[in-house]
Design a protein around this ligand. Structure first.
Ligand code: HEC
Length: 223
């Protein structure tokens, strides 16, 4: 991978990027910049789009923060090596009206971070890293890369009706054996009935302890 010259420039640009953040200007209204997801989970792909009405004829660049600076994707091909590895993007040459996908990224496992991408208008061949772009055209979009959320807690009620109701009746208060309510708030009573194959319950040993606990909690208030 060639060492992108833009990186060095990005560092030099650090101070002006901070100044840029402080004096956030009004953005150029005829353009918009957005992501199809603001929270992305491992294996999902996020697409960032730029849309314009075509009323302006300079170029569009996409940038992201790098070492406290803004690093422009594909400025004069500067970070092509990075782009080839993780992203497609991102200089649109005098774009006509329409919507363009400027960045597409498939989140790898463990890439837990929040990323803000910026989009500006500038002129091809000028040095964007020196701040040579129209600050009124600046837009940003923030994307959070998060771990896969835990599955929702199992519902005791639905676990009961799927696993217990056929023997103990849909309403546990009407249990023909008059025993199931011993499990109310008492997951141990349920587990030991399963373990000891009480009434042929042994096959329910595939229930997890979290599921058994959810059933026990529901039995305490079975409505
Ligand atoms: C195949 C039918 C069947 C299924 C399914 C079943 N049970 Fe039972 N269960 C019984 C029978 C029969 C008894 C009474 C056994 C006895 O008295 O020896 C019993 C007893 C119990 C007891 C009392 C144990 C004790 O302390 O003596 C509890 C608590 C219980 N079941 C909870 C459940 C729960 C909760 C489920 C669902 C996860 C379930 N059972 C599913 C048939 C079943």
């Amino acid at each position: 991978m060639k060492n992108p010259p833009s990186l060095k420039k990005a560092l030099l640009f650090a101070c002006s990027a901070l100044a840029l953040g402080a004096a956030m200007p009004l953005s150029y209204a005829a353009d918009s910049f957005s992501a199809d997801k603001t929270t992305v989970y491992p294996g999902q792909t996020v697409n960032v789009s730029f849309a314009t009405d075509g009323s302006r004829s300079d170029d569009v660049y996409v940038a992201f923060p790098w070492s406290g600076s803004l690093l422009f994707l594909n400025e004069q091909g500067g970070i092509g090596a990075y782009a080839a590895k993780t992203a497609t993007a991102a200089r649109l040459h005098k774009p006509a009206g329409g919507t363009y996908t400027v960045w597409s990224f498939t989140m790898p496992e463990g890439f837990y971070t929040t990323l803000t991408l910026y989009q500006v208008r500038g002129t091809a061949g000028t040095d964007l890293l020196a701040g040579n772009y129209d600050p009124t055209s600046l837009h940003s979009v923030t994307i959070t890369f998060a771990p896969t959320p835990a599955p929702p807690a199992p519902s005791g009620k639905s676990l009961y009706s799927a696993n217990c109701a056929m023997c103990h009746s849909a309403d546990p208060r009407a249990d023909p054996y008059q025993k199931v309510l011993r499990g109310a708030n008492n997951p141990g009573a349920i587990s030991s009935a399963i373990l000891n194959d009480k009434g042929g319950m042994g096959y329910l040993s595939t229930l997890t302890s979290v599921e058994v606990a959810a059933i026990a909690a529901w039995l305490a208030n079975p409505i």
